[in-house]
Design a binder for this molecule. Structure first.
Ligand code: SF4
Length: 471
């Protein structure tokens, strides 16, 4: 009964969204105005002094709005609501679609369809953000967010017609949102029979993020705009188990694995941890000593422009070339040292399980085709809750720092952080356990695989424990 109410409510809500697209667009323009204001105006103001606070300084307010609230809670919204952020609120996606409606309408080039962009764009943006201190300085925010928005508009203007080509292929967080939305408890479900025999709504609709509607199986690519609600009488917003897409649809691939394992569980952790790590200081001092002993001084100079490395001498905060190099080394090192064991754990788990059977696909002898490599990738999807929780906790560190600066006690934060990470790890292990059931019925083999995956995540957990409790 309650499921029926939920289902009917979801359908009505999706129809409401579909029928009020103009309201949605109006709200998006208001968000664009607020976004542009918080992006541009702080960059025109002097840097805030020591006593500046969220309540009396626009720059600090914008910092809190962007990095303390907006970014961490956009991430949280993905497993709760799917990519509703992208379809309802994102100023960048909306501007890209708007520009696409007034642009050249060219075909999407082949290079843009490369599957590695989500990983590469996320990695480069994460590293660049750290080099220019994007969480601290409005010019850096303008370079990172503003640059991304301009690129989104340019891509929209050049390619597609009323489409979100940027969001689909190049947005630096598209891959992360795509992964987290797999956990959403609702999605637009396609009824194949109804699609083949449509009774209503057969006129063409515009799915801006280019989702192949008929074959849509999950929530990963969908921006939840509602335009396709009831299309051909076949598509409905439908509640589902948050585990359904990962366990039943899966479809992991190498680039998604790279993003989960080396991106979210490696590189992103390094980006959050370097500034708190005593190891960073040790490596930097050792390198500086070596350089001085060899009469090489230029890497110690702090003369890089602000858009390459942090450079704000007026507040005594500038990076030398050595600082920048060691930051990159630390972040890439974290990707290898934390992501490497996770990947090894998945690889070993895949080895102790029988080869993956692809239902319905047979080889020439009539036996189901074994595709061991996708087995790793499907299992990696089970780590999405752990990886997503890590990124949320890292981002919320900025929220906590800003709250602390406002005089709010954060004594409760450690327990909450360990709790969130612990629950996310448990959820991930449960997902991996369920995924292994498609490989074998043997509980022993499944348990071995689960243990190997769990072992691989130990350095990742230790890194967060150091950050929360030791450093
Ligand atoms: S599939 Fe496309 S049209 Fe349908 S709700 Fe998602 S984004 Fe909108």
């Amino acid at each position: 009964m309650s499921l029926l109410i939920l289902k009917n409510g979801a359908v009505s809500f999706a129809d409401f969204l579909r029928d009020h697209a103009k309201w949605l667009r109006g709200m998006q323009w208001i968000i664009v105005a607020a976004y542009a204001f918080l992006l541009i105006v702080p960059a025109l103001l002097p840097l805030p002094g020591r006593t500046a606070s969220v309540f009396n300084n626009l720059t600090v307010f914008a910092q809190f709005a962007f990095w303390g609230i907006w970014w961490p809670f956009v991430l949280v919204s993905m497993p709760l609501m799917g990519r509703a952020w992208c379809g309802w609120f994102c100023p960048e996606g909306m501007l890209s679609e708007w520009a696409s409606g007034h642009g050249r309408g060219r075909a999407i080039p082949k290079w843009m369809r490369w599957g590695g962009w989500p990983f590469v764009a996320f990695s480069l943006t994460t590293i660049y953000g750290q080099l220019v201190s994007v969480y601290q300085y409005p010019w850096a925010v303008l370079a990172v967010l503003g640059g991304s928005t301009l690129a989104a508009m340019l891509v929209g203007w050049l390619y597609g017609r009323n489409k979100r080509v940027w969001c689909k292929y190049l947005c630096p967080v598209n891959g992360v949102f795509n992964l987290l939305a797999k956990l959403a408890p609702w999605h637009y479900k396609v009824n194949e029979d109804a699609w083949r025999h449509p009774e209503r709504r057969t006129e063409t609709i515009n799915c801006a993020p280019l989702v192949p509607l008929r074959h849509m199986q999950g929530a990963s690519d969908c921006h939840m705009c509602g335009r396709c609600s009831d299309y051909r009488g076949a598509i409905q917003l439908t509640p589902r188990s948050p585990e359904a897409e990962i366990v039943r649809v899966a479809n992991g691939d190498g680039w998604q694995t790279a993003l989960i394992v080396f991106g979210l569980m490696g590189l992103a952790v390094g980006a959050f941890l370097w500034s708190a790590s005593p190891w960073f200081v040790v490596v930097k001092q050792a390198a500086a000593t070596w350089l001085v002993n060899h009469d090489v001084y230029w890497p110690l100079e702090q003369n890089a422009p602000w858009f390459l490395l942090t450079h704000y001498p007026e507040v005594n905060d500038s990076f030398s070339w050595l600082d920048g190099s060691v930051i990159v080394l630390f972040i890439v090192g974290a990707a290898v040292c934390l992501g490497g064991p996770v990947f090894l754990g998945l690889w070993a788990a895949d080895k102790v399980l029988p080869p993956l059977r692809m239902p319905g696909v047979k080889d020439s002898s009539g036996a189901p085709i074994a595709k061991a490599s996708r087995g790793i990738h499907d299992m990696a999807l089970g780590l999405i809750p752990a990886a997503g929780a890590g990124v949320f906790l890292g981002l919320s560190a900025t929220t906590l720092t800003l709250l602390q600066h406002e005089g709010v006690s954060i004594a409760w934060a450690s327990a909450l952080r360990f709790g969130v990470l612990g629950l996310a790890m448990l959820w991930s292990m449960r997902l991996v356990w369920r995924i292994t059931s498609s490989r074998t019925a043997s509980s022993g083999s499944r348990l071995n695989a689960l243990l190997l995956v769990a072992l691989g995540t130990i350095p990742y957990c230790v890194a967060w424990a150091l950050f929360f409790a030791v450093w």
